[in-house]
Write a protein that binds this ligand. Structure first.
Ligand code: HEC
Ligand code: HEC
Length: 449
């Protein structure tokens, strides 16, 4: 469930503003829309009602949400038509992704922080929780997310649950939804000082010319493309997008996927973990990290609903960005402010729920990389509310947010809703089982044979 704090009018105004600025899906409203029937379990996400078997015609105005995203379409991304990138474009994108000459100074590629061998996420040699960029000593404030299955992240849109007070945002790239498309996202790291540090579109175009890309780009994007800085960066973005949308990053061949396809190889401990993960009274993980264990289509189990939550992740005191006590990474509210959503501060501390596919490969976890072990993350969920002293300095709960924003942190969803000193919703054995289950989400190429 989503626990939005903004008032309804305010949120509606936000949506109107977002629609007006063209940020959401097209605002076309078809008279009727037929949705194929989905098994009930698909819709265990955020209390969304299941469409009746045999498909349903959505003629009711109330079911056509902002930006024309009928609820199950929007939230079960398998139903979205998936792009089929051109192989030539994807091949060029792959080459660019691995090319460490595209940084200043040279030596950092996209793959440095999104290493294919590590589930497309890596600290690039740093040990404090976020990644090193191309400039010596310069690191960013965030932990690079895994790019596997990134093609399923929808553009930012709003949706209102039946039991929610106000519509809430879903989707958008980056942990704060700040980029709408993969092609646009790529410009960020290329230019950013703490990442590849090229600084300007002009520098990007020059670097592409200097590194022998002219012919390949002209073949796909037209003669002279690298002579136009903005167009060159866009072409680069389109190529990277095609690669990130390719099947190489979304193989769906984990042991969990084998199980979905009827080859049941999960151990009893892993099955117990799945049960705890789904049980609304225990892990309740699937309420945000969506799973559909009864569909044979693994794209229905992306282990995220793309929603945003403020979990109160502890402050990572190893980060240079946190040297100043009054510096905070406020997540979604930066996007909210940039896009003029009213009451933007009600989204401070919110980050997008990540997919948990390949999560066992991650060196650091959570947006600020404060956690180094998967077990600690699961234990955090179990005991954040029952033993806060295990996670925060004495007397300072939610220490990665200024006190006036502590009210944004989710204290109502199980297992985060218990009182201090009471027993946690998951036992030690449950935690071990959930960790064992999460390890079944690793794609086959990463498994030691
Ligand atoms: C210095 C490390 C670093 C480099 C180099 C880097 N990234 Fe990232 N990447 C990150 C971080 C950190 C984030 C999260 C950013 C945020 O939330 O604001 C991210 C986010 C992303 C996302 C969004 C994923 C999601 O789930 O929303 C994509 C896509 C991406 N990077 C692609 C690329 C591409 C393509 C390149 C090369 C042009 C690249 N990155 C280079 C660190 C890096
Ligand atoms: C209320 C929604 C919600 C629930 C319930 C929830 N999560 Fe999360 N999860 C998130 C969000 C949001 C993040 C990212 C938070 C951040 O980085 O600040 C996250 C992050 C994670 C991460 C870190 C992933 C990474 O790549 O860094 C793991 C692991 C995880 N969750 C596992 C679980 C498990 C296991 C459960 C059940 C015990 C669970 N989650 C319950 C929303 C939720």
């Amino acid at each position: 469930m989503k626990f939005a704090t903004a008032g309804l009018t305010v949120a509606l105004a936000a949506i109107a503003a977002a629609v007006a600025s063209g940020l959401l899906f097209e605002a076309r409203r078809p008279a009727a829309l037929t949705v194929p029937s989905l098994p009930e379990a698909t819709l265990s996400v955020r209390g969304i009602p299941a469409p009746p078997a045999g498909g349903v015609a959505c003629t009711q105005e109330s079911q056509l949400r902002v930006g024309d995203t009928p609820q199950w379409r929007a939230i079960v991304p398998a139903n979205r038509p998936q792009p089929v990138p051109s192989p030539a474009l994807a091949a060029l994108g792959r080459q660019l992704f691995m090319d460490a000459r595209l940084s200043q100074p040279r030596g950092t590629s996209c793959a440095s922080c999104h290493a294919p061998a590590q589930g497309f996420s890596s600290a690039n040699g740093a040990t404090h929780g976020t990644a090193r960029g191309s400039m010596p000593g310069r690191t960013g404030p965030r932990n690079p997310p895994s790019l596997t299955y990134v093609r399923y992240v929808p553009p930012l849109y709003f949706y209102q649950d039946d039991d929610a007070q106000a519509p809430a945002p879903f989707g958008g790239l980056n942990l704060d939804g700040s980029a709408d498309t993969l092609a646009a996202q790529a410009r960020g790291p290329l230019l950013a000082r703490h990442e590849m540090n090229l600084g300007s579109d002009r520098a990007v175009a020059r670097r592409l010319r200097d590194t022998g890309y002219r012919e390949a780009f002209e073949k796909l994007f037209g003669v002279g493309v690298l002579g136009h800085p903005r167009r060159a960066t866009e072409a680069l973005g389109e190529s990277l997008q095609a690669y990130l949308q390719s099947a190489e990053l979304a193989p769906f061949d984990s042991r969990f996927d084998d199980m979905l396809r009827g080859h049941d190889t999960l151990t009893s401990q892993e099955k117990r973990g799945l049960a705890v993960f789904r049980n609304p009274d225990q892990g309740n993980c699937a309420s945000c990290h969506s799973v559909n264990a009864t569909s044979t289509d693994p794209a229905r189990s992306l282990f995220t609903d793309f929603g945003y939550e403020a979990l109160g992740v502890p402050r990572n005191r190893r980060l240079a960005a946190n040297a100043r006590a009054d510096a905070f990474d406020l997540g979604l509210c930066r996007t909210a402010r940039e896009r003029h959503w009213p009451e933007a501060q009600s989204w401070c501390g919110y980050f997008r729920t990540p997919s948990l596919r390949n999560v066992a490969l991650r060196q650091h976890l959570m947006h600020n990389g404060d956690f180094d072990s998967l077990r600690d993350v699961v234990r955090f969920y179990a005991t954040r509310s029952t033993r806060p002293q295990d996670w925060y300095p004495p007397g300072t709960p939610f220490d990665d947010l200024p006190p006036e924003l502590h009210g944004n942190v989710n204290v109502v969803a199980t297992p985060l809703n218990r009182r201090a000193g009471t027993s946690p919703a998951m036992s030690d054995e449950d935690i071990d089982a959930v960790v064992a289950f999460l390890k079944t989400l690793t794609d086959r190429r990463y498994l030691v044979r």
